[in-house]
Design a protein around this ligand. Structure first.
Ligand code: CTP
Ligand code: MG
Length: 224
């Protein structure tokens, strides 16, 4: 992926996973969530990879990452601050930036290319899946209304953006002091257009202990 940088955000604490370590360092078999995430990203062959890790864990991650095109920076107290830390390391010549959750450790490498090739000037791209559940609008215990799921999609990462416009959108969000739900919302708030491409089931985010079990099952069945 020429002139494309991938920022892997891995600086979260994993509160909901509650696995006794920051989520990136939780094992999925012999290797950690972060090692799996990095392997998928490197298979997509971007020009630059930036790993945003918990402060104090830089040396350990550097030893794990070895020699490749990988740079490491400590993250911040929110995901948005962690992405901003990653943006500060973008190399000259990068035109498009993909921001990816380390917690989506089993994302197929092809998903990076699918997003990157759809990025255009002024246009960001997210992978998304159709919603399968029947959804309801609720208020307390009351079910208030049905929701037409045909209008909805579940967003994943990597989310891809033209470099200069993403950097400007992040500067604007920092000035305003607003926290956005994801990079696409932040980019849209600065006037960008966002499109979606089809995501994949394997790109699910490891959030809860059940998700961790699912990831381990997928890996052990694919090892056979
Ligand atoms: N992330 C980050 N810096 C933060 C918070 C989150 O780099 N301050 C990263 C996480 O490492 C993760 C991704 O953003 O790869 C998605 O966040 P989430 O799944 O919420 O992870 P955590 O914040 O670690 O988990 P929790 O919210 O349960 O504490
Ligand atoms: Mg979180």
């Amino acid at each position: 992926l020429a002139r494309v940088a991938v920022i892997i955000v891995a600086a979260g604490s994993g509160t909901r996973l509650a696995a006794g370590a920051p989520k990136a360092f939780v094992p999925l078999g012999p290797r950690t969530i972060l090692e799996h995430a990095l392997e998928g990203v490197l298979a997509a062959a971007p020009s630059q990879v930036i790993l945003v890790v918990p402060a104090g864990r830089e040396a350990e991650v550097s030893a794990m990452a070895g020699d490749g095109p990988v740079q490491i920076v400590p993250g911040g107290d929110t995901r948005q601050h962690s992405v901003a830390a990653g943006l500060s390391l973008l190399a000259d010549g990068i035109d498009a930036v993909l921001v990816h959750d380390a917690a989506r450790a089993l994302t197929p490498p092809a998903q990076f290319g699918a997003v990157a090739t759809a990025v255009r000037p002024g246009v960001g791209v997210i992978p998304a899946l159709p919603v399968v559940d029947t959804l309801k609008r609720v208020h307390g215990e009351d079910v208030v209304a049905p929701v037409d799921r045909a209008e909805l999609a579940a967003a994943q990462t990597p989310q891809g953006f033209p470099r200069a416009e993403l950097v400007a959108a992040y500067a604007r969000a920092a000035d305003e002091g607003v926290e956005y739900t994801d990079d696409a919302a932040l980019f849209a708030a600065a006037g960008g257009v966002v499109r979606h491409v089809l995501g994949s089931e394997e790109a699910f985010k490891i959030t809860t202990p059940h998700d961790l079990e699912r990831a381990r099952m997928i890996l052990s069945s694919s090892a056979q």
